[in-house]
Design a protein. Structure first.
Length: 715
């Protein structure tokens, strides 16, 4: 059976265009005819063509024939039965030649090297022609001979390191320690698969690159906006290098949409994985070949993860830009482009926030696609308005949004219902990276507004903090109410009040209201005795906090946000530098931060101007203390009929934190006694709390309960 007869029996190509397969087979039939002719010529000149030990020894007669044979400049017999057939425009071979800049000779050489991967008979024939049955692929010399070129012709330069076949990754040259003509040629599996109709990305890029769109193509959104069209137009200018500068938007999603609008296949690169490779240059060459094979474009970012200020990382970025020169490459990040990163300068594009309407549209689309993939019923895939409103305070890029929508849909499938707000909040919190958790203690909020006992004015300030977080994209982004000066879109709040008045708990309640996590900064990981290290630690915290959907809590903030002082020695100067750094960094912060302090006067006055919300937490009055006692004791613990909480609220002036501590201590005492909770245990717990606080135990406060409290375990 000839190669042409077996064309339609190739496995794995059922979905490939028939014309592409037929074109490849027509070209391989021509290669086969050349090989047949070469074998015939070789056998005609061989006195012992059927010698089973051929290629394993050299007789004197054979050596004489080699000496008398043609030299390197002699013409080669015309093996081909005619000129090579030309592939029709639009065929895969024709597109491959155009994408990689191949001349007709390059295509012929490529097909000669590819033949053993398509038809195993070529292995045996090449072994015979190489006079070495262990070498079953064509050598450079044999490939030139089959193309009708002498060994010393200019065709040998088509295998140089700068030749399109080699630099494009279409040919691998093995056995480089051998002379040039004896080196073996191999075509990577991905090239052969592409010519056979396979559009899956190279297996060597698995885990490193994600291709958008099935089968190598994806359709652009019909509602493509002007910003997407502008970036798509920029891809067709010059080198195709575009830098998307992140200014609160979603540059990664914009890059994907722009490539789709330009008719290109987006290849999204995991930049951290690329930088971690021990030999990234090989991956860069493979990626460059994939871009040309799939008629695609690269989405690379954020550049901060690549740390291009490091020389070796900068060279990697420059090498990637050079390898894909002419193909679209969209890099994005929050830093401006450094001209030293690459030989070409990109087209810069500022990416702003799409606003509430744009974000809502993206969430609806992501949830609909995730619902279809997760198997939700068709009627349950569209998110209702309550779910969409719950996304207003979240800041996610397109990839994080896609993952969050997938998690939320799978949670809904488990209970056979539509996606609700709880699913979405759980899914969004799952996207928070672990970087901040190494620098701060994460708290999953477990309290709500009903757990707070605060004055109305304080509750209003907390509500304002929550509404600022929900609407900041509209106010600060769409309405541009914080322009100029490099200011970020962060929200900074100050909770001031005595210890135990509910500052930390209030921050947890706000986080719960927004569906976020609370991160409490551990001062032991921040403050450092060495000069400049504290600022570096704070920079790491602020950078990580900007990329998570959470609230950053600086408890006892006056320890690091203290007042600047008059400079008397080097210690004062460095302390002032630290405060000045914090003043600048708060201006550019993009997240949500809460500072708590027991003494507001200890904070530098310059911080006040940078605060968006200031909430005062006064000591609770008698009515609030009664509510606190009742709430802290809960409903599960049994109480004596004579338990007088009004007495406790009126006599004992304690903050909420102290009341909670007293309630827990009293519960332990009641559990030990085996009786319901009574005044004896409450008073005993209060006496212990007074001693902890260094307060005097006065008889006029405790009245007739004083001796009972001491007898109940207070001494």
């Amino acid at each position: 059976m000839t190669t042409a007869q077996g064309a339609r029996a190739v496995p794995g190509t059922a979905d490939a265009p028939a014309s592409a397969i037929e074109d490849l087979w027509e070209r391989l039939v021509h290669v086969e005819q050349r090989v047949r002719n070469a074998v015939a010529v070789r056998r005609a000149a061989d006195p012992q063509p059927d010698d089973p030990y051929r290629g394993q020894y050299l007789t004197p007669e054979a050596a004489g024939r080699i000496v008398a044979a043609r030299d390197a400049f002699a013409p080669v017999p015309a093996y081909a039965s005619g000129p090579s057939p030309q592939s029709p425009p639009g065929s895969r071979i024709h597109r491959l030649a155009g994408s990689f800049g191949l001349v007709p000779l390059d295509v012929d050489l490529l097909l000669v090297a590819l033949a053993p991967d398509i038809d195993s008979r070529f292995e045996q024939l090449y072994g015979y022609l190489n006079d070495d049955l262990t070498r079953r692929r064509p050598t450079i010399g044999l490939a030139l001979e089959l193309c009708g070129l002498p060994a010393a012709s200019s065709g040998r330069f088509r295998f140089s390191p700068s030749a399109p076949l080699v630099t494009g990754g279409l040919l691998e040259i093995r056995d480089t320690e051998r002379p040039l003509l004896s080196r073996v040629l191999r075509v990577p599996d991905r090239i052969g698969a592409h010519l056979l109709g396979d559009d899956e990305i190279d297996g060597r890029l698995r885990g490193l690159v994600r291709a958008v769109g099935p089968g190598g193509r994806a359709e652009a959104d019909p509602d493509t906006g002007p910003e997407v069209l502008r970036v798509a137009a920029a891809l067709g200018t010059g080198s195709g290098l575009v830098h998307l500068l992140d200014r609160g938007g979603d540059p990664g999603g914009l890059a994907v949409e722009a490539l789709l609008a330009a008719g290109r296949r987006p290849l999204v690169v995991d930049i951290a994985e690329l930088a971690a490779l021990p030999e990234p240059a090989e991956a860069v060459r493979t990626l460059a070949a994939e871009v040309r094979l799939s008629d695609g474009g690269i989405v690379l970012g954020p550049l901060e993860a690549l740390a291009p200020e490091r020389p070796e990382r900068a060279r990697l970025l420059g090498g990637l830009c050079a390898a894909v020169s002419g193909a679209p490459l969209l890099a994005y990040g929050k830093k401006n482009w450094d001209p030293l990163w690459a030989g070409e300068s990109p087209v810069p594009v500022h990416v702003l926030s799409p606003g509430p309407t744009g974000l809502a549209r993206q969430w609806r689309q992501a949830l609909a696609e995730a619902g279809a993939s997760a198997g939700l019923p068709a009627g349950s895939r569209s998110a209702d308005e309550e779910v969409i409103e719950a996304t207003a305070s979240y800041r996610l890029d397109s990839e994080q949004m896609r993952k969050a929508a997938a998690v939320a849909s799978r949670l809904a499938v488990l209970e056979d219902r539509p996606v609700d707000v709880r699913d979405l909040r759980t899914a969004v919190r799952a996207q928070n990276g672990a970087g901040l958790e190494r620098l701060a203690r994460r708290i999953d909020p477990a309290v709500g507004w009903d757990d707070l006992v605060l004055p109305p004015a304080t509750r209003r300030e907390l509500s304002e903090l929550a509404l600022r977080a929900r609407h900041r994209e509209q106010v600060l982004g769409q309405w541009r109410m914080r322009p100029g000066g490099g200011r970020g879109r962060g929200i900074i709040a100050l909770f001031a009040g005595e210890s135990g008045t509910g500052k930390t708990m209030s921050a947890e309640v706000v986080a719960s209201e927004l569906g976020m996590e609370l991160y409490v900064v551990d001062l032991s990981t921040v403050v450092d005795k060495y000069v400049g290290e504290t600022e570096k630690n704070l920079e790491r915290i602020f950078t990580e906090a900007s990329d998570v959907n959470g609230i950053l809590l600086f408890d006892e903030a006056d320890a690091i946000f203290g007042k600047r002082s008059q400079v008397k020695d080097a210690h004062d100067r460095h302390a002032n530098v630290e405060s000045a750094y914090l003043l600048q960094r708060m201006e550019s912060f993009d997240g949500i931060a809460v500072l708590t302090t027991n003494l507001r006067g200890n904070l530098d006055e310059a911080f006040t101007r940078r605060l968006d919300v200031i909430a005062e937490f006064p000591m609770p009055d008698a009515r609030q203390r009664l509510a606190l006692w009742d709430r802290c004791l809960g409903t599960a613990i049994p109480r004596e009929a004579g338990l007088d909480l009004e007495f406790c609220a009126g006599r004992f002036e304690l903050a909420g934190g102290s009341i909670r501590a007293c309630a827990v201590t009293a519960a332990y005492l009641a559990a030990e006694s085996g009786r319901p909770l009574g005044m004896e245990q409450i008073v005993s717990a209060v006496i212990q709390e007074y001693r902890k606080l260094g307060r005097l135990v006065r008889e006029n406060e405790f009245g007739t309960w004083l001796d009972g409290g001491r007898a109940g375990g207070g001494t």
